[in-house]
Each structure stands twice: as C-alpha cells, then as structure tokens.
Design a protein around this ligand. Structure first.
Ligand code: TZP
Ligand code: MG
Length: 223
C-alpha cells in the first residue's frame, strides 16, 4: 500500500529506529525453547521465525518471546506476524519482500518497532533501502537446505558489493553460513551474521554459540 509508505513519519532522519545498533550474532529459530536457550547463553539478537500460521500457540509464543527479550535485554525480532508484534510491543519485526506489500509500515514506525527486511539481490536491496529499515538482510549467501530459495546464492563478491551499497546501515548476511565460513563473511564488512542450522543442528549448540559470540561483535543494547 503506497499510501502507507507515503505516510511514514519523516521526523527522524531515519524512519526506522536502530540505524546504528550493531546486531552481532543473529540466530534465527522456530521455537520458544530455542529463544530462551540462546538468550541464556548471551545472545543479544534473535529472530522467532514460525512458518505455520495455523499454530494454535502462535500468539502465546510471540508474547513469551517478546517477554524473554525484555528479561534478557535482548533484541527479539518477530518474523512475518507484524500485527501480533505490534499488538504486544515487540522490539522488532522482520519482513520479506512480499510482506512489504501489505504490512502497515507507518504503524510499525510510529510504534518505534525496529524493522529488518530480507533482500535477495540488488533490485530488492534498492527497493528496501527506500524504506530506511533498521537493517538489511542479504541472502542467501551460500546454498542452504533450511529454506527453499527461488533465487541463486549470492556468494561473497555480491555480498561485499551489497554491503558497500548499504553504507553505514546495519547489514545481516544469511544463508548457508557455517562456523568455518564466518571469517570470510565478516571480511566483506557485513555487520551481522544470521544462522539457523549452524547453531540448531550443531552437535553442541551451546559451545558453538559461545564461540560464535566471541567472533562476531555483540554489544549489549544500551538504547
Ligand atoms: N532466509 C534466507 S536463507 C534462510 C532464510 C531464513 C535460511 C538460513 O538457514 P541456514 O541453515 O543458516 O542456511
Ligand atoms: Mg515473511
């Protein structure tokens, strides 16, 4: 809805908050136990990504995830369900390109909810940049078995160019990033790394998470 975009509050230099907050390690998980585990290990940015809208526990889980974020002073982003995020005062929302067609971006900006947007190439990136989101997710970088992708892996060279286009806006690389690839991904200048399987499928998720935290900058949110 272009009217909603046009109505975005322009008082701030950046429409969505959190433009300078580094996100650090950014695990993406599909359940409340994972959120709690990760926060207890010191993770400061996490996404609840539930892909079943029929889940009878959906709203309860979202409420609990938001509460855990407050308890641990961590950044909890809710994927997709921006209405529930809005209703329950979420810290942040993560949306894909198709969600942008219907989401009430003005309401999210007014509620000071941080917004992250998925992009899969330069065109989507340019489009997302016009909304001045709190961060831009850039993916998928490597082949991934976690999500069916319509696009091709971007690779490190395109990632580096995308990061440069984002200037000082926070960026998050996602897709097929294993522990061993962290150094080469960080070398592109990207400010954060999102991961699913490298953490959730690890033999020892806590040990891997703690090692990742040590390698990927993560400051407590002072705002
Ligand atoms: N969006 C782009 S790739 C991806 C999502 C949700 C999955 C990333 O999972 P993994 O296991 O880190 O490759
Ligand atoms: Mg979505």
């Amino acid at each position: 809805d272009l009217r909603a975009v046009a109505a975005l509050p322009l008082r701030r230099a950046h429409r969505f908050a959190g433009i300078s907050t580094p996100l650090g390690l950014y695990p993406v998980v599909d359940s409340l136990p994972w959120i709690e585990r990760l926060l207890s290990w010191g993770v400061k940015t996490v996404q609840l990504r539930i892909k079943n809208p029929q889940d009878p526990q959906l709203e309860t889980h979202i409420i609990a995830a938001i509460a855990l974020g407050r308890r641990y002073q961590a950044r909890v982003f809710i994927n997709d369900y921006w209405q529930l995020a809005l209703r329950h005062g979420a810290y942040g929302v993560h949306l894909g390109q198709e969600d942008l067609l219907t989401a009430d971006l003005a309401a999210l900006a007014e509620a000071n909810i941080r917004l992250g947007i998925s992009t899969h190439g330069f065109y989507e990136l340019a489009l997302a940049m016009t909304l001045a989101p709190s961060y831009l997710a850039l993916g998928h970088i490597f082949p991934t078995a976690t999500k069916q992708m319509a696009s091709q892996p971007q690779g490190l060279q395109r990632l580096a160019r995308a990061v440069a286009l984002c200037r000082d806006r926070p960026t998050v690389a996602i897709g097929g990033i294993s522990y061993d690839r962290v150094a080469s991904v960080l070398a592109t200048g990207v400010s954060s790394i999102a991961m699913v399987s490298a953490i959730t499928q690890a033999a020892d998720p806590e040990a891997v998470t703690r090692q990742l935290l040590a390698r990927i900058e993560c400051r407590a949110d002072q705002e």
